[in-house]
Design a protein around this ligand. Sequence first.
Ligand SMILES: Cc1ncc(C[n+]2csc(CCO)c2C)c(N)n1
Length: 221
Amino acid sequence: MSRFRDELWRVVDGVYGRILVHPFLTGLTDGTLPREVFRHFVVQETHFLPDYARALAACGVRATSPAAVQRFAADCARTVEVEHSLHVELLAAFGLDQDDARRIGAAPTTVGYASYLLRVCHLGTFPEALGAIVPCYWIYARVGEALLEQSSPDPLYAWWIETYGGEHYQETVAGVLDLLDEVAATLPEADRARLCEHALTTARYEWLFWDAAWRRESWPI
Ligand SMILES: Cc1ncc(C[n+]2csc(CCO)c2C)c(N)n1
Protein backbone atom coordinates (compact mmCIF):
# COMPACT_ATOMS: atom_id res chain seq x y z
CA MET A 1 0.00 0.00 0.00
CA SER A 2 1.39 3.40 -0.88
CA ARG A 3 1.93 5.71 2.04
CA PHE A 4 1.24 9.43 2.04
CA ARG A 5 4.77 10.07 3.28
CA ASP A 6 6.08 8.69 -0.04
CA GLU A 7 3.85 11.09 -1.96
CA LEU A 8 5.05 13.98 0.20
CA TRP A 9 8.68 12.96 -0.19
CA ARG A 10 8.31 13.19 -3.97
CA VAL A 11 7.26 16.83 -3.48
CA VAL A 12 10.34 17.73 -1.42
CA ASP A 13 12.87 15.32 -2.94
CA GLY A 14 14.20 17.83 -5.49
CA VAL A 15 14.88 20.36 -2.74
CA TYR A 16 16.49 17.66 -0.58
CA GLY A 17 18.80 16.71 -3.47
CA ARG A 18 19.91 20.34 -3.73
CA ILE A 19 20.50 20.51 0.02
CA LEU A 20 22.83 17.47 -0.06
CA VAL A 21 25.09 19.07 -2.67
CA HIS A 22 25.06 22.53 -1.11
CA PRO A 23 28.63 23.68 -0.32
CA PHE A 24 27.60 24.12 3.33
CA LEU A 25 26.92 20.40 3.65
CA THR A 26 29.76 19.14 1.46
CA GLY A 27 32.01 21.43 3.50
CA LEU A 28 30.76 19.91 6.76
CA THR A 29 31.71 16.39 5.70
CA ASP A 30 35.06 17.20 4.08
CA GLY A 31 35.91 19.58 6.93
CA THR A 32 36.50 22.60 4.64
CA LEU A 33 33.43 24.57 5.82
CA PRO A 34 34.79 27.86 7.19
CA ARG A 35 34.24 28.08 10.93
CA GLU A 36 32.74 31.59 10.51
CA VAL A 37 30.01 30.10 8.32
CA PHE A 38 29.17 27.44 10.92
CA ARG A 39 29.22 30.12 13.60
CA HIS A 40 26.67 32.14 11.64
CA PHE A 41 24.50 29.02 11.33
CA VAL A 42 24.68 28.28 15.07
CA VAL A 43 23.73 31.85 16.00
CA GLN A 44 20.77 31.74 13.59
CA GLU A 45 19.67 28.40 15.07
CA THR A 46 19.50 30.01 18.51
CA HIS A 47 17.04 32.52 17.06
CA PHE A 48 15.07 30.00 15.02
CA LEU A 49 14.59 27.14 17.48
CA PRO A 50 12.59 28.93 20.19
CA ASP A 51 10.06 29.89 17.50
CA TYR A 52 10.09 26.35 16.10
CA ALA A 53 9.25 25.14 19.61
CA ARG A 54 6.34 27.60 19.71
CA ALA A 55 5.18 26.37 16.31
CA LEU A 56 5.18 22.79 17.68
CA ALA A 57 3.11 23.94 20.67
CA ALA A 58 0.60 25.60 18.32
CA CYS A 59 0.49 22.45 16.19
CA GLY A 60 -0.30 20.50 19.39
CA VAL A 61 -3.19 22.86 20.13
CA ARG A 62 -4.64 22.09 16.70
CA ALA A 63 -4.00 18.34 16.85
CA THR A 64 -7.08 16.17 16.55
CA SER A 65 -6.08 13.20 18.73
CA PRO A 66 -4.77 13.03 22.31
CA ALA A 67 -1.72 11.10 21.09
CA ALA A 68 -0.86 13.88 18.63
CA VAL A 69 -1.33 16.59 21.29
CA GLN A 70 1.06 14.66 23.53
CA ARG A 71 3.62 14.15 20.77
CA PHE A 72 3.87 17.82 19.84
CA ALA A 73 3.83 19.02 23.44
CA ALA A 74 6.65 16.57 24.24
CA ASP A 75 8.64 17.54 21.14
CA CYS A 76 8.14 21.21 22.00
CA ALA A 77 9.61 20.64 25.47
CA ARG A 78 12.45 18.53 24.07
CA THR A 79 13.28 21.14 21.45
CA VAL A 80 13.63 23.77 24.14
CA GLU A 81 15.76 21.54 26.39
CA VAL A 82 17.96 19.64 23.96
CA GLU A 83 18.47 22.30 21.36
CA HIS A 84 19.15 24.90 24.02
CA SER A 85 21.96 22.88 25.58
CA LEU A 86 23.30 21.95 22.13
CA HIS A 87 23.50 25.60 21.25
CA VAL A 88 24.99 26.73 24.52
CA GLU A 89 27.82 24.24 23.87
CA LEU A 90 28.18 25.20 20.22
CA LEU A 91 28.15 28.93 21.01
CA ALA A 92 30.80 28.31 23.68
CA ALA A 93 32.97 26.61 21.04
CA PHE A 94 33.04 30.02 19.34
CA GLY A 95 33.56 31.97 22.57
CA LEU A 96 29.98 33.29 22.37
CA ASP A 97 27.04 33.21 24.77
CA GLN A 98 23.30 33.80 24.41
CA ASP A 99 23.72 37.56 24.90
CA ASP A 100 26.17 37.71 22.00
CA ALA A 101 23.72 35.76 19.86
CA ARG A 102 20.94 38.18 20.82
CA ARG A 103 23.14 41.13 19.92
CA ILE A 104 23.97 39.65 16.50
CA GLY A 105 20.22 39.19 15.89
CA ALA A 106 18.11 37.13 13.49
CA ALA A 107 18.93 37.34 9.76
CA PRO A 108 16.17 37.89 7.14
CA THR A 109 15.84 34.18 6.28
CA THR A 110 15.54 33.22 9.94
CA VAL A 111 12.80 35.80 10.49
CA GLY A 112 11.02 34.69 7.30
CA TYR A 113 11.13 30.96 8.07
CA ALA A 114 10.10 31.32 11.72
CA SER A 115 7.31 33.74 10.83
CA TYR A 116 5.94 31.46 8.13
CA LEU A 117 5.88 28.49 10.52
CA LEU A 118 4.14 30.47 13.23
CA ARG A 119 1.61 31.87 10.78
CA VAL A 120 0.62 28.48 9.40
CA CYS A 121 0.60 26.80 12.82
CA HIS A 122 -1.59 29.55 14.30
CA LEU A 123 -3.90 30.40 11.41
CA GLY A 124 -3.98 27.13 9.47
CA THR A 125 -5.76 23.84 10.05
CA PHE A 126 -4.03 20.91 11.75
CA PRO A 127 -3.08 19.27 8.42
CA GLU A 128 -1.63 22.57 7.20
CA ALA A 129 0.39 22.96 10.39
CA LEU A 130 1.62 19.38 10.00
CA GLY A 131 2.70 20.07 6.42
CA ALA A 132 4.66 23.13 7.55
CA ILE A 133 6.53 21.46 10.41
CA VAL A 134 7.33 18.04 8.88
CA PRO A 135 10.22 19.04 6.53
CA CYS A 136 12.14 20.47 9.48
CA TYR A 137 12.13 17.08 11.19
CA TRP A 138 12.40 14.93 8.13
CA ILE A 139 15.04 16.75 6.11
CA TYR A 140 17.31 16.92 9.16
CA ALA A 141 16.84 13.19 9.73
CA ARG A 142 17.66 12.39 6.08
CA VAL A 143 20.59 14.80 6.03
CA GLY A 144 21.86 13.38 9.36
CA GLU A 145 21.64 9.85 7.99
CA ALA A 146 23.43 10.74 4.75
CA LEU A 147 26.16 12.72 6.49
CA LEU A 148 26.72 10.09 9.18
CA GLU A 149 28.07 7.71 6.53
CA GLN A 150 30.84 10.21 5.78
CA SER A 151 31.17 12.00 9.15
CA SER A 152 33.78 14.80 9.21
CA PRO A 153 37.49 15.20 9.98
CA ASP A 154 36.50 18.26 12.04
CA PRO A 155 35.42 17.03 15.52
CA LEU A 156 32.93 19.88 15.97
CA TYR A 157 31.19 19.08 12.69
CA ALA A 158 31.33 15.32 13.40
CA TRP A 159 29.59 15.94 16.74
CA TRP A 160 26.83 17.97 15.09
CA ILE A 161 26.31 15.26 12.45
CA GLU A 162 26.00 12.56 15.14
CA THR A 163 23.22 14.51 16.87
CA TYR A 164 20.93 14.33 13.86
CA GLY A 165 22.13 11.04 12.37
CA GLY A 166 21.81 9.30 15.77
CA GLU A 167 19.18 6.68 16.57
CA HIS A 168 17.23 8.77 19.07
CA TYR A 169 16.53 11.58 16.62
CA GLN A 170 15.68 9.07 13.87
CA GLU A 171 13.06 7.45 16.15
CA THR A 172 11.45 10.82 16.91
CA VAL A 173 11.07 11.52 13.21
CA ALA A 174 9.67 8.03 12.51
CA GLY A 175 6.89 8.76 15.04
CA VAL A 176 5.97 12.03 13.32
CA LEU A 177 5.85 10.31 9.92
CA ASP A 178 3.53 7.58 11.29
CA LEU A 179 1.24 10.36 12.51
CA LEU A 180 1.45 12.08 9.12
CA ASP A 181 0.27 8.89 7.36
CA GLU A 182 -2.57 8.42 9.85
CA VAL A 183 -3.82 11.99 9.48
CA ALA A 184 -3.48 12.06 5.69
CA ALA A 185 -5.59 8.90 5.36
CA THR A 186 -8.56 10.86 6.75
CA LEU A 187 -8.17 13.88 4.46
CA PRO A 188 -9.81 14.85 1.18
CA GLU A 189 -7.45 15.42 -1.75
CA ALA A 190 -7.65 19.26 -1.54
CA ASP A 191 -6.40 19.19 2.06
CA ARG A 192 -3.54 16.86 1.18
CA ALA A 193 -2.55 19.19 -1.64
CA ARG A 194 -2.46 22.15 0.76
CA LEU A 195 -0.40 20.14 3.21
CA CYS A 196 2.09 19.41 0.41
CA GLU A 197 2.28 23.09 -0.57
CA HIS A 198 3.24 24.13 2.95
CA ALA A 199 5.80 21.33 3.10
CA LEU A 200 7.36 22.50 -0.17
CA THR A 201 7.65 26.05 1.19
CA THR A 202 9.33 24.98 4.42
CA ALA A 203 11.61 22.53 2.55
CA ARG A 204 12.71 25.53 0.46
CA TYR A 205 13.28 27.48 3.65
CA GLU A 206 15.46 24.60 4.92
CA TRP A 207 17.68 25.00 1.84
CA LEU A 208 17.61 28.77 2.25
CA PHE A 209 18.63 28.51 5.90
CA TRP A 210 21.87 26.73 4.96
CA ASP A 211 22.41 29.01 2.01
CA ALA A 212 21.90 32.11 4.18
CA ALA A 213 24.60 30.86 6.58
CA TRP A 214 26.88 30.16 3.61
CA ARG A 215 26.37 33.77 2.41
CA ARG A 216 26.59 34.98 6.02
CA GLU A 217 23.36 36.78 5.28
CA SER A 218 22.58 39.94 7.20
CA TRP A 219 20.16 42.85 6.79
CA PRO A 220 21.45 45.03 3.93
CA ILE A 221 19.77 48.06 5.51
C1 LIG B 1 16.76 25.32 10.48
C2 LIG B 1 16.56 24.03 11.20
N1 LIG B 1 15.69 23.15 10.71
C3 LIG B 1 15.50 21.97 11.33
C4 LIG B 1 16.18 21.64 12.48
C5 LIG B 1 15.97 20.30 13.15
N2 LIG B 1 15.16 20.36 14.35
C6 LIG B 1 15.38 21.18 15.32
S1 LIG B 1 14.25 21.02 16.59
C7 LIG B 1 13.46 19.82 15.84
C8 LIG B 1 12.26 19.14 16.47
C9 LIG B 1 12.60 18.00 17.35
O1 LIG B 1 13.54 18.28 18.31
C10 LIG B 1 14.06 19.60 14.61
C11 LIG B 1 13.56 18.64 13.70
C12 LIG B 1 17.09 22.58 12.96
N3 LIG B 1 17.82 22.35 14.07
N4 LIG B 1 17.27 23.77 12.31
